[in-house]
Ligand binder design. Structure first.
Ligand SMILES: [Zn+2]
Length: 117
């Protein structure tokens, strides 16, 4: 028996709170984030990916040259894959994930309107 989705507005699309890539939720669950999986370890989890991604985003753009785009600017260490990225993402990663990132020397910056690139 299938559960009825609470909202259909997102068409099951979610944005990664760390790099803002947009994918289907099933892809996050199955494969994790193509950019941040090493850090976020969402792959195969039932709830971690829901904390590290969000359905609250807008301004989706297609990035075909991630190396030189704004997407790559704010996090120097990552190589970003081509794909769809949200311009604005609401919400933050969980504090424990943020602490993990900091322990690896990565400063998390929320991808919302207050972000100063
Ligand atoms: Zn990501």
């Amino acid at each position: 028996m299938a559960a009825i989705p609470q909202q259909a507005r997102s068409k099951q699309l979610r944005a990664c709170l760390l790099c803002s890539i947009v994918q289907h939720s099933a892809d996050f669950r199955k494969n994790g984030c193509p950019n941040c999986e090493e850090l976020m370890q969402m792959k195969g989890t039932t709830d971690r990916y829901t904390h590290c991604t969000t359905t609250y985003f807008d301004g989706v753009i297609s990035v075909v040259d991630p190396e030189t785009s704004w997407v790559a600017r704010w996090q120097r260490t990552s190589k970003y894959v081509r794909g769809m990225y949200a311009v604005r993402v609401k919400g933050r990663i969980p504090e424990d994930v943020e602490a993990e990132l900091e322990s690896r020397g990565i400063k998390y910056r929320p991808r919302d309107q207050t972000d100063q690139d």
